[in-house]
Design a protein around this ligand. Structure first.
Ligand code: NOJ
Length: 713
């Protein structure tokens, strides 16, 4: 290979179908054809379609000098044409089988359309709901985040990368992209190495351990060094400590953006720094293509770094089987049979209903009776197809999703009258439609309000400084609630929202995130009780944005406050607290109700002391007190009471989702070893320290039974 051909293998462009970033290199397909012929492109992303990808592949294989096949990449973040719930939603299912199954379907559909390299899973931990990309991850917790990362990688990659129905996963965004200052996308990240290792890195590591073939760098700087030139992250940790042997891709022009960050003077320096740090593929930057050959010629860059990157890229193409059959993934027959196949939509409906979290259900307003006389369905998201697909669904088509209104109409009895009013617009602040909504509510026995965020209000570049219902939706809610009719709020969002007003004033609240193709069917399954909701929050819901960042696994502080807020406002209380809001969240991590009540027994431990090589068994009996069959996510937390460095007040260490029939009792058992208790100690070694621990089991991070044990040397 010539130097130019080698560099060509590192050069990755967006295609001509749609755009997911600020700059487009070219929109003329002919231009791609020339670049492919000249060996200047390793692949294209966001292109799809069996026939189209086959045509492009043919140019690479038959008309370029070396005949190296192209990679076709895409952001299949929550399904291809069958659109699944956004990742934050499916994380709320705490159901790893359901998640893996959905990603398997995503891979089957994507690969039929030629896509071999998926820019997912996004595994960035986020404790800040202002950040719009919370929608794409699994929330705030490293343990849950790691389980979800593994399930997604298994789903995308299956048993072997070379199979026609599997695609390479890409764990992203390495690293700590989910912790930008102020929750503003692309902003600076500054954190201790201990926080990085303990909270943010585990899900990337889990994805890599599950076999992810690739990883993507992030836009942010970390402690002064942008991730795409960060040797500490890419060499020391990723390749050194974790032994990653796969391929590293930059994010969209993130190599070039180092110039704006200000750690390099020009793109030549950026290219050199990134390639040396171990970024193999340059997404959309042209930095390698334009700078590396010249730098090598001038003796300013060692070709061995280039060779290493090319090897990683070619190995990926070999592992995908592209050298055996470059057309393996472009199958028009499969494409026409498999995309949006009935069984795929069934999977979408199943995972969608599992993603719904019942936040509140006063007086058992839900489930609704299918024979209800009149149901008013109100809100800008009630009869809205396009927004059901959510952020990152460039393949999903606007005419496909089932709306909430349609789903409700399908299931309500033929005798039920279902009336609909939009109530207000998502973007326009006019209050003209509120009066009609109020009169529809007055005519009804129950009102379902579909409110929240549209697809563009979260996701990339979707940060918000106010996390209440957008626009005038709260005014609409207030007007409808004032009718005195029972109201069910169906809240769509890609983040934790401030739902304080709703919590105080609305009888039932379902957090439905964004549910994808089968939105209406899934919501109807839950509203009418054909499915008993079992989702649990993967993120803490604050009382207001001023509490952010708020997360369950916080430290205790030297002046913890667990008072009841009854002190006179004129007093000064010298505790870690706000003067105007409680410390507790509105809804804690792990919270989620069922139509049944689950009763937990006290915790039974196999011992009160364990050694470093012993296993502790902790069990509870969970009884479904009825009145329905249902699933419960039983959660295990621990607290290390004294450490060489301070430890969080609770840390999730395990969970099990169990189906318990009405009236039945099931015993749930967890095992804990000293490995589960390890952390980064004062000298940064990762190990457990002997001492006392609290152990909690329960139905959320707050509703728990508690006991304790000792770890002894
Ligand atoms: C930028 C995003 O940060 C990344 O997640 C995505 O994969 C690329 N754009 C390509 O669309």
């Amino acid at each position: 290979m010539t130097v130019d051909e080698k560099v060509g293998q590192l050069n990755f462009y967006v295609g001509d179908l749609f755009n997911t970033g600020p700059t487009v290199r070219t929109t003329e397909s002919d231009k791609f054809n020339d670049l492919i012929k000249q060996g200047e492109l390793t692949g294209l992303f966001n292109v799809h379609g069996a026939a189209y990808t086959r045509r492009l592949q043919q140019i690479a294989v038959e008309e370029s000098r070396l005949g190296i096949p192209l990679l076709f990449g895409a952001d299949v973040i929550h399904g291809f044409k069958t659109v699944f719930p956004i990742p934050l939603a499916s994380a709320a299912s705490w159901d790893m089988q359901a998640i893996e199954k959905a990603e398997r379907v995503a891979a089957i559909e994507s690969t039929a359309a030629g896509i071999t390299f998926n820019f997912a899973p996004m595994v960035d931990i986020s404790r800040d709901p202002r950040w719009g990309r919370m929608a794409e991850g699994a929330g705030e917790d490293p343990y849950l985040g790691s389980q979800v990362a593994m399930a997604r990688v298994r789903g995308f990659q299956g048993e072997s990368l070379s199979e026609a129905k599997t695609m390479a996963a890409c764990v992203k965004h390495f690293a700590a992209y989910g912790a930008p200052e102020g929750g503003r996308d692309y902003n600076t990240v500054d954190m201790s190495e201990r926080s990085l290792r303990e909270t943010y890195l585990p899900p990337y590591k889990a994805g890599i351990d599950a076999g992810a073939a690739t990883i993507m760098t992030s836009f942010n700087e970390l402690n002064g060094v942008p991730a795409s030139g960060n040797e500490f992250l890419l060499r020391d940790i990723l390749r050194g400590e974790w032994g990653f042997k796969g391929m590293v891709v930059s994010d969209w022009q993130s190599i070039n953006e180092m110039v704006a960050h200000g750690n390099v003077e020009n793109i030549a320096e950026a290219a050199s720094m990134a390639l040396k740090a171990g970024v193999d593929m340059d997404m959309m930057g042209d930095a390698y293509l334009e700078e590396i050959p010249r730098l090598i010629e001038e003796g300013k860059f060692e070709e061995k770094h280039l060779d290493e990157a090319v090897r990683n890229v070619l190995k990926l193409k070999f592992d995908l089987g592209l050298f055996d059959d470059p057309y393996r993934y472009s199958d028009t027959a499969r494409e026409s049979q498999e995309i949006r196949a009935k069984q795929h939509l069934d999977v979408a409906r199943d995972v969608a209903k599992r993603s719904i979290v019942l936040l509140k259900n006063e007086d058992h307003l839900l489930p609704l009776n299918k024979e209800t006389g009149t149901i008013a369905v109100i809100g800008p998201l009630a009869n809205n197809q396009a927004d059901m697909n959510g952020t990152w669904s460039f393949f999903g088509e606007a005419q496909h999703p089932v709306t909430f209104l349609q789903g409700i109409k399908n299931v309500a009895s033929p005798n039920t009258e279902v009336v609909y009013e939009e109530g207000c617009d998502l973007y326009d602040d006019s209050k003209d439609k509120i009066a009609r909504a109020v009169s529809a509510a007055r005519s009804a026995d129950v009102v379902i309000m579909a409110v929240g965020e549209s697809a563009v209000m979260n996701g990339e570049a979707g940060s918000r400084s106010n996390i209440q219902l957008p626009g005038i939706q709260l005014d609409l809610m207030k007007a409808v609630v004032a009718t005195g009719k029972p109201v069910v709020a169906v809240v769509m969002s890609g983040r934790a929202l401030d739902l304080s007003w709703l919590d105080e004033n609305v009888a039932s609240i379902l957090e439905v995130w964004t549910l994808g193709s089968e939105s209406g069917h899934a919501i109807a399954d839950v509203l009418f009780g054909d499915y008993n909701p079992a989702g649990k929050l993967p993120v803490t819901f604050p009382r207001n944005v001023g509490q952010v960042p708020i997360y369950y696994n916080h430290k205790n502080t030297g002046r913890p406050y667990d008072g009841d807020y009854s002190e006179p406002k004129s007093e000064r209380v010298y505790k870690s607290k706000y003067r105007d809001v409680q410390n507790t969240p509105l809804y804690p991590f792990g919270h989620g109700l069922s139509y049944s009540t689950f009763e937990y027994s006290d915790i039974r431990l196999s011992a009160d002391t364990i050694g470093f090589d012993q296993t502790l068994k902790a069990s509870v009996k969970v009884t479904n007190k009825g009145p329905y069959d249902g699933e419960e996510v039983v959660q295990l937390y621990v607290r290390d009471l004294v450490g060489s460095v301070t430890r969080p007040v609770k840390e999730l260490k395990g969970f099990t989702k169990v189906m318990i029939k009405n009236g039945e009792t099931k015993e749930v058992e967890f095992e804990i070893t000293s490995d589960d208790l390890a952390f980064y100690t004062i000298d940064m070694t990762h190990k457990a320290e002997p001492g006392a621990f609290h152990l909690f089991i329960g139905s959320s991070s707050e509703r728990v039974k508690q006991t304790g044990f000792y770890l002894k040397n």
